[in-house]
Each structure stands twice: as structure tokens, then as C-alpha cells.
Design a protein around this ligand. Structure first.
Ligand SMILES: CC(C)(COP(=O)(O)OP(=O)(O)OC[C@H]1O[C@@H](n2cnc3c(N)ncnc32)[C@H](O)[C@@H]1OP(=O)(O)O)[C@@H](O)C(=O)NCCC(=O)NCCS
Length: 225
């Protein structure tokens, strides 16, 4: 993902708690870097308990150490974006972390004061665009059942499958072009469905996964049986 992403002009305060954040403020959206560590810690400290809980499903006061190290590492398998204000304050952190070939897990956190201004949607769209450029076929997210509106948001970008009946829903967003697989949460291109891999609608996306990343290129499609 290129470092130079289009800036985001946030919407005027809507129904959310964004009372003091300037309407029309321009935010930079860029890849997270190692020297964002302090600004990210400051952002998390400004977030409400509820927001932190919704992101990590626990009352964390600091970012999980391994998660943050990976997000800031520049790894092609864990792409993290921040939205930052002109004064350097970071107001959102979003990550897209490869979990297995062709599938990545999303996590988005927008500071309370900046919620409901289109930042979450913009970060999601960056990852959807990234996914389609790099051959990812599905994005997964764990969301609290009380936030089922998030499924509606994701559904705007593909088809959604939701699993779980408890407090946490596991959502798989299959991106356009993905046929869906009967036997795994990934896609038609999964290794256990060689017959489906040969489907022409899948051919362009097969085997690319994350660029230069952890996941090796898929073996050549087997001939039809
Ligand atoms: C979820 C989250 C990332 C959304 O970010 P955001 O910047 O507030 O969302 P946006 O302003 O881009 O909203 C996009 C759409 O989502 C829906 N939405 C956003 N917040 C909502 C809310 N509190 N209730 C209902 N719908 C909501 C709306 O449809 C909205 O579109 P609209 O404003 O045109 O009506 C943010 O609320 C957040 O960080 N929450 C805490 C952490 C979390 O829950 N992360 C998700 C799980 S990883």
C-alpha cells in the first residue's frame, strides 16, 4: 500500500459525540510507522472504556504489545493505517492482518471524539481497495453483537457471512469476485477445493494473497476432474 494516500476531510459533527473536533478538519491517512508509538498510546488514553472494549473485547489500557509491534513493523502481512490531524495527533488506527492465504482480519479504532465522521468508512475502503489490488478474497472481523450495524456497513462492500450467537460475531466479508466456498471460511480458491480453483471467475485472484508476504503463491490450478 502506498504511503501517500489521499487526505480525508472529516464531515461536520453528526449525531456522535464529536463536539470539539473541528468540522472540515483535514486528516492525513497514511501507513502507521514506528515513531507513531507515543501518539497511538495518547490516542488510546483518550478513548472511552467502551470504545477500547469494542475494539479489543477487553478493558485494555495499552495496545496489546505483540499487536502493536506487528502493526508498526511495516510488514506486508500486517498493514496498519493511521488517520492523523495536522498537529500530529493520531485519531484512528486500522489494521488489516493476513490470517491465511487470501484472507485478512480487520480491526478499526476511531477515537470517540472523531467517530461518526466517515473516518471508519474511509479506512475500511482503503482496505477493500487494497484487498482487491492484492488478491485478498475475504476480510474477517470480530464484532460485538451489540454493534450489528457493523455488519450492515461491511455488507456495502461484498457479501457477509456471520457466525456466532454469543456476544461476539465473526463476520466474513467476501469481496466481489469471490464465489464462496462450501468447506472453508475463505473462498472458492481454497486448497481443499481444487475443482473450484479452476473456475474462471477465480483465476485472476488465485494465489496472490499478500504481496511479497507470508503466503506462498498458490500452486497451479489442477485440471478439471
Ligand atoms: C466502528 C468504528 C470504527 C466506526 O468508525 P466511524 O468513523 O465512527 O464510522 P463512520 O463515521 O465512518 O460511519 C460509517 C457508517 O457506519 C454506521 N455507524 C457508525 N457508527 C455507528 C453507530 N454508533 N451506530 C450505528 N451505526 C453506526 C453508519 O451507517 C455510518 O454511516 P453514516 O454516518 O453515513 O450513517 C468506530 O465507531 C470505533 O472505532 N468503534 C470502537 C471500536 C470498534 O468497535 N471497532 C470495530 C470492531 S474491530
Amino acid at each position: 500500500m502506498s504511503a501517500g494516500l489521499a487526505p480525508l476531510t472529516v464531515a461536520a459533527a453528526g449525531t456522535g459525540p464529536a463536539s470539539t473536533a473541528a468540522a472540515g478538519a483535514a486528516l492525513a491517512v497514511r501507513r502507521a510507522a514506528g515513531d507513531d508509538r507515543q501518539a497511538l498510546a495518547d490516542m488510546l488514553a483518550r478513548c472511552s472504556r467502551e470504545t477500547r472494549y469494542r475494539r479489543f473485547h477487553g478493558y485494555v489500557n495499552v495496545f496489546p504489545r505483540r499487536y502493536l509491534a506487528e502493526a508498526l513493523s511495516g510488514s506486508p502481512v500486517h498493514v496498519a493505517l493511521v488517520a492523523s490531524a495536522a498537529d500530529g495527533r493520531i485519531v484512528a488506527l486500522a489494521s488489516c492482518r493476513g490470517v491465511f492465504e487470501g484472507v485478512a482480519e480487520l480491526g478499526i479504532l476511531v477515537e470517540d471524539e472523531w467517530q461518526r465522521r466517515g473516518i471508519g468508512r474511509r479506512l475500511l475502503e482503503e482496505f477493500v481497495g487494497y484487498a482487491s489490488r492484492t488478491g485478498l478474497r475475504a476480510l474477517q472481523a470480530q464484532v460485538l453483537a451489540e454493534q450489528s450495524w457493523l455488519v450492515g456497513l461491511l455488507r456495502g462492500y461484498g457479501t457477509c457471512e456471520t457466525r456466532g450467537t454469543g456476544a461476539v460475531l465473526n463476520v466474513t466479508l467476501r469481496l466481489p469476485g469471490c464465489l464462496g466456498c462450501p468447506c472453508c471460511p475463505c473462498c472458492s480458491c481454497c486448497p481443499c477445493c481444487p475443482a473450484v480453483v479452476t473456475n474462471s471467475r477465480c483465476a485472476s485472484g488465485a494465489g496472490r494473497g499478500f504481496p511479497g508476504g507470508l503466503f506462498p503463491a498458490r500452486r497451479a490450478a489442477r485440471p478439471e476432474r
